[in-house]
Ligand binder design. Structure first.
Ligand code: MG
Length: 266
């Protein structure tokens, strides 16, 4: 009997303690401190920015600095690139058999800066007026790749998902900030490569964010697959890929590139 009473008293006392604790807890919540949400480690690596936003920062891989095209090879057979380097710029060589060029290096996720210029005396219309392209990844001649379109879109109607700043045949630019022929233009791209499972199936799609002359034209656009000229886009598994520049077969005057650099974001 005594032990029973003792047990009941003990339970009541415990309950009181719990009740008191809950009461005190409710009355005096732990006050959050500014330090609770501060992160101190790891400290971001120091990167020296370029003299201007167009100049390569200290951790960039320079793909063309106006001097030579050593960072590039033929996309067809990987022989040394045979486009024209002159006056600090790189001009497309449209001679038969030359074709597209691609970087020697392969990339996954990156930030890219590239400038391009349509010649002042450009001719042609639609897709046949200063057509080129920046393939954000392209694994080989049999692979369509993922093209950010280059075209004279200053005063030149074409399908909108094929104008300058479009992800070709998938996404028109949000606006058209194109400059007239003869002016240098810039693309700044954030490329998130697609991810694939071991069996080659898609794990996560590719994304592209593109600034065109400093104006946002693609906002984290989710690609549907490779950018095909004909047919519906589809994905083909790869891990890393070169960046490719297009020698388009149209008859208009060849365009030029300059100041090309990339920062790996792996
Ligand atoms: Mg093109």
């Amino acid at each position: 009997m005594r032990s029973g009473l003792y047990r009941i008293a003990h339970i009541l006392a415990s309950a009181n303690v719990l009740f008191l604790a809950a009461f005190v807890g409710a009355q005096q919540p732990v006050q959050p401190k500014p330090e609770d949400t501060e992160i101190w480690q790891p400290v971001p690596k120091i990167v020296a920015p370029g003299a201007t936003d167009a100049d390569p920062p200290s951790d960039a891989i320079v793909l063309f600095d106006g001097k030579n095209e050593d960072a590039w090879v033929s996309a067809q057979d990987h022989s040394p690139a045979r486009w024209f380097v002159h006056d600090g710029v790189l001009t497309v060589n449209k001679a038969p058999g030359v074709g597209n060029i691609e970087t020697r290096r392969r990339f996954k996720d990156y930030q890219l800066h590239i400038e391009w210029k349509i010649p002042t005396d450009i001719t042609g219309s639609g897709q046949a007026r200063g057509n080129s392209g920046v393939f954000l990844a392209s694994t080989g001649p049999g692979d369509a790749g993922y093209e950010l379109q280059v075209l004279d879109s200053y005063n030149n109607a074409t399908y909108v998902n094929g104008q300058a700043g479009s992800i070709y045949k998938q996404s028109p630019p949000l606006v058209n900030p194109d400059r007239p022929p003869g002016a240098w233009q810039a693309y700044d791209v954030i490329w998130t490569a697609p991810r694939f499972n071991a069996d080659g199936s898609l794990q996560a799609p590719a994304y592209a964010t593109v600034f065109f002359n400093g104006v946002l034209v693609q906002n984290h656009f989710e690609l549907k697959g490779q950018t095909l000229y004909i047919g519906q886009p589809f994905y083909q598994a790869y891990s890393t890929a070169p960046i490719k520049l297009q020698a388009h077969g149209d008859k208009s005057q060849p365009i030029s590139f300059r100041n090309i650099w990339v920062r790996e974001l792996n």
